[in-house]
Design a binder for this molecule. Sequence first.
Ligand code: NAG
Length: 587
Amino acid sequence: MWTENVAWQVHHHPHDAMLAIFRKKTRIFASLGLVVLLYLLLALVPERRETLFGFTYVRSTYDWSQHPLRYPISEYTPLPTGAPRSLPPVQYRFTTDPSPEGVARRELIADRRAEVKAAFIKSWTSYKNIGFGYDELLPVSGKGHDVPGFGGWGATLVDSLPTLWIMDLKEEFYEATAAAATINWARTKDTSCNYFETTIRHLGGLLSAYDLSLERVLLEKAIELGDMLYMAYDTPNHMPPFWMDFSKAKKGQLVAGYHDPSASVATSSLEFTRLTQLTGNSKYYDAINRVTRVLEEWQNRTSLPGMWPVFFDMAQLELDSDNSFSLGALADSLYEYLPKTFALLGGLEPVYEKLYRGAMDTVIENLLFRPMTPNQDDVLFSGSVYVTPSTGPYLTAESQHLTCFAGGMFGLGGKLFDIPEHVQIGERLARGCVWAYDAMPAGIMPEVFTLFKCETLEPCPWDEDEWLNGANTQLTRGFKTARDPRYLLRPEAIESVFLMYRMTGNPEYQEMAWKMFQSIRRATETKLAFSSIQSVRNAETVKTDSMESFWLAETLRYFYLIFSPPDLINLDEYVLNTEAHPLKRPR
Ligand SMILES: *[C@@H]1O[C@H](CO)[C@@H](O)[C@H](O)[C@H]1NC(C)=O
């Protein structure tokens, strides 16, 4: 029966059916062919090698600066004009103690610095020997690894440049710079790059390496990348998407997302401002200024006025239906960049102070909590808030390693805007993270965990019954759960400890840092380098074969800096991006 049926179909519609099949096949083959052809062409576009500023330079085979914009901008907003304001000092006024104790102390600190440097050299050498040019080294299996969305442009290589300079590894720095000078942003297996990660790691790394070394070749490579990332703003409303799809960017088809992490939307202000400062081209600053104006418009209209929800609808430029608020994952660096961009702009753009003050008032009132601990430790954490129309803001005492940056942020804002209360809050937040490091068998804080909270930020009595009834009692007293017990070589805790040390001059922070460093080294070291671990709940750790580039860019850089003389990356001369890349502040 069915053959007849087919015959009938063929008989009655032979032409149409065949043609359709034919057309479909040709379409498939044609587009396949086109892809192959494009790929071949891309691979065949000769990489022109030239000598530039004393380096062999490979110019990217696609020049985004010449790409016509689909949504051109008639007039760019320029950088604020005028002489940079003289802002209050961020760093404590350190003096050198000439006594024998002072000399001994400096020797002790120098020894610790050398141990941090040794850990860096071990990690870098393995990356160089095994994974050079890859995004990462796999520290257990000993292979190079490219991260989808990172373009295979050598994230670890670019991220490490400023560390190599800061640690005075000049030979390695120039070797890495020579390699960076040959990165071709147009040659990648990825069809899109992660706009946020590429901005903070690659663009931030190159700009910082330039600010430190003044090697022009690094600025040239940064501009090429900046021109590519700038295309993220060539959307109907000039808001950036999460993924920068190269082929869509070429066709003018990029649109911002309907539900994107607020941090990825709003964390380019430092890098793009610096790019405008260094090139005189206003387009980069104009782009991030547009995002800042949206933050300003929205700040008091959210369900938790002062803060912004974790997710943004940038496609429709409407406040998303999201009602969650946090300083942790997906939101963190939006807040972090407010005081930092203020500093980078020499205090000439008041909007960043307004946004900072408004946001932090809300954070203090709604997100911070004091944990109930047996010793009534004077520490704070930042939790997450969910707002419902019936209950209003509801605070969950869940915190994350990622929120540990908040101590440093409060410290910096407190210093720059002369709010002593914020510096104190910053100290209590930083000490909270140290407390959580100390509480775990591995001596490291878990990735995500919950605590018991006091009613207010004042001390509250320990309630053994509440803890026994509500907690996983295999954990230290004070902890309820360790929902995600991993440690991923993250920097945020040492970041705040380092910043508080430089702001207060209190040597206790160096002692905390040394304890943290020893725990991390013990728990994560492999034959080749250092690795993420499965759980901080055991002193014996399982390595999970991952070493993200921030281990070399941030974690080890902060550990090195806290044991260095305070004029190395003086915080009155530099502001650090969210990947710990120092950018020069105007004077
Ligand atoms: C939000 O409201 C506060 C308090 O009224 C005000 O100080 C602040 O400037 C407002 N923020 C914005 C961005 O308008």
